[in-house]
Design a protein around this ligand. Sequence first.
Ligand SMILES: [Zn+2]
Length: 87
Amino acid sequence: MLKIFVIFKPKNADHNDIRFEIDGELKGFGFISRKDNQLALTRCPICDRENYAMSVLTGQCAWCGFSIYQQAGLEIIDRTISPAPKQ
Ligand SMILES: [Zn+2]
C-alpha cells in the first residue's frame, strides 16, 4: 500500500515536501505547492529513478508512468508530520 506523508516546511517556504511509503519503506519524494496544492514528483517511488525534469510538475514519472494523481489520489494523502529522512 502506498502512503504519502507531507513534511511541513517552515512557514515562509512556498511548498511542503512529500515522501512516499510502500509497505513500510520510504521510497521516492516530491513536493506540494502551498499556493495551489499542485503535486510534483521528483524521484519515483515505483522505479526509484529521478524524474525527467520536464515531468516533475506533472506529478507523473517519465520512466514508468507512475502518477501521483492516478495511483494515490489526493484523498489518501496522509497529513502525518514525519521527520525528514537523512539524505
Ligand atoms: Zn517511475
